[in-house]
Design a protein around this ligand. Structure first.
Ligand SMILES: *Cc1c(COP(=O)(O)O)cnc(C)c1O
Length: 411
């Protein structure tokens, strides 16, 4: 690994041109697209148009003129193409947390003789919190959360389990579950499966339909670059639609919201999973951001992500000082998502120092530094430079400086 090698790889990179579609500050190496994707030019331009011309000029007429009303469906369709879902199964709305509540409630109704939602204690906390909330509401007899370690997952798939809820790519370590295999093993035991694709959609090739997935949720503001708090999405397989009602019955999930009648009648298809009015500004930004994927192959993205992360691992290996950093992610690139996690007792301070020097990464409690490798706008030279800076910081112990030690509210 060297500076020259990095430049050589950049020169051969088929995705190199995509970087110019993003607005990234100069002198910043952004290795945190797994937490918040950067601003696409197209999203900025669309925001201006929606604010100035649509909201500003066409006002309420925009619901029809600019089809605001159909955005959850049209954006859902674009996301569906990225995750291997045929039309009519994906809708863009709400947050992952809210969507999980809808899907878990719905799935529990489809498996009424069982009461366990099986997951993992190292799942993303919101997934567990939402499940705990649902269990509190339904009572233990009807619903309880059981967490098991990855090695114990398969043996835990028994007749008590109603729903298996997993995150495909672990948010800390980046470890990937075998989605088709676990889906199929669970289904053989009569279990419905809900996948959280927060760190997968836009990062890895996915084929939900051919894996016969039941339900999924995913994030709009990470790899899909929809902007802070962008709406999330949910997927419900065609065969599982219209079998029950999801409990957040709002008017946008009704068959005819503009009839204003007193009794709810769920819309058919995946639109019954809508609840209230969408945040149109946010959804419009996500809609524009998704067009970046129109001409790229998800295989090319994941291939470059593996090359970038391998290049980073190789670069770190050249520096004895960096032996203090322990790779927590699987070393086999086929077994991880688009990020690398390293543990270090001073992980927080090292992160703060890197950020101060223009390399944006993030910290995950208790002791993890996450480096995200998002192929659409990260170059091999970025990765090489980040490794140099990391070595300088650790070798010189620059991170021991008091100013890097104070915890901020968002880490
Ligand atoms: C980021 C993330 C979420 C976020 O949930 P929101 O409710 O949309 O804020 C959920 N699950 C996982 C695995 C995540 O990484």
């Amino acid at each position: 690994m060297s500076n020259d090698k990095a430049r050589e790889l950049d020169a051969q990179d088929p995705l190199a041109g995509k970087r110019s579609e993003f607005l990234l500050p100069d002198d910043t190496i952004y290795l945190d697209g797994n937490s918040l994707g950067p601003l696409p030019r197209a999203a900025r331009d669309r925001m201006q148009e929606v604010v100035n011309s649509q909201w500003g000029n066409d006002l309420i007429g925009s619901w029809n003129i600019h089809n605001w009303i159909d955005l959850p469906t049209t954006v859902g369709r674009k996301i569906g193409r990225l995750i291997g879902a045929a039309d009519g199964q994906v809708i863009c709305c709400d947050s992952i947390s809210v969507n999980l509540f809808k899907l878990l409630s719905y799935a529990m109704q489809l498996n009424p003789s069982r009461n366990v939602i099986l997951s993992q204690s190292d799942n993303f906390p919101t997934d567990l919190y939402v499940t705990q909330g649902l269990a509190g509401l339904l009572g233990e007899q009807r619903c309880q959360l059981k967490n098991v370690a990855t090695e114990k997952l398969i043996e835990a798939l028994d007749e008590s389990v109603a729903v298996l809820m997993l995150t495909h790519v672990n948010f800390r370590s980046g470890a990937v579950h075998d989605l088709p295999k676990l889906t199929s093993l669970a289904q053989q035991k009569g279990i419905l499966v809900v996948w959280d694709l927060a760190h997968s959609a836009g990062a890895l090739p996915l084929d939900l339909d051919s894996a016969n997935v039941d339900f999924a949720v995913g994030c709009g503001y990470k790899y899909l670059n929809g902007g802070p708090g962008a709406p999330a999405f949910l997927y419900v397989a065609k065969r599982l639609q219209n079998l029950a009602n999801q409990p957040l019955q709002g008017w946008m999930g009704d068959q005819s919201p503009f009839d204003f009648k007193p009794d709810y009648r769920p819309s058919t298809g995946v639109t019954q999973f809508l609840c209230g009015t969408s945040g149109i500004l946010s959804m419009a930004a996500l809609d524009a951001a998704l067009d970046i994927f129109a001409d790229v192959d998800m295989q090319a993205i994941s291939q470059k992500s593996r090359e970038l992360s391998d290049f980073f691992i190789g670069s770190l290996a050249q520096y004895p000082a960096l032996e203090e950093l322990i790779l927590v992610s699987p070393s086999d690139p086929q077994l991880r998502g688009s990020q690398l996690a390293y543990s270090h007792p001073d992980a927080y301070a090292i992160c703060q120092t890197l950020i101060d020097l223009g390399v944006i990464v993030d910290f995950r409690a208790p002791d993890i530094i996450r480096f995200g490798f998002t192929p659409l706008y990260t170059s091999f030279l970025d990765v090489w430079t980040a490794a140099q800076k990391l070595n300088m910081i650790v070798d010189s112990k620059l991170y021991m400086h008091a100013k890097y030690q104070t915890r901020l509210k968002v880490t």
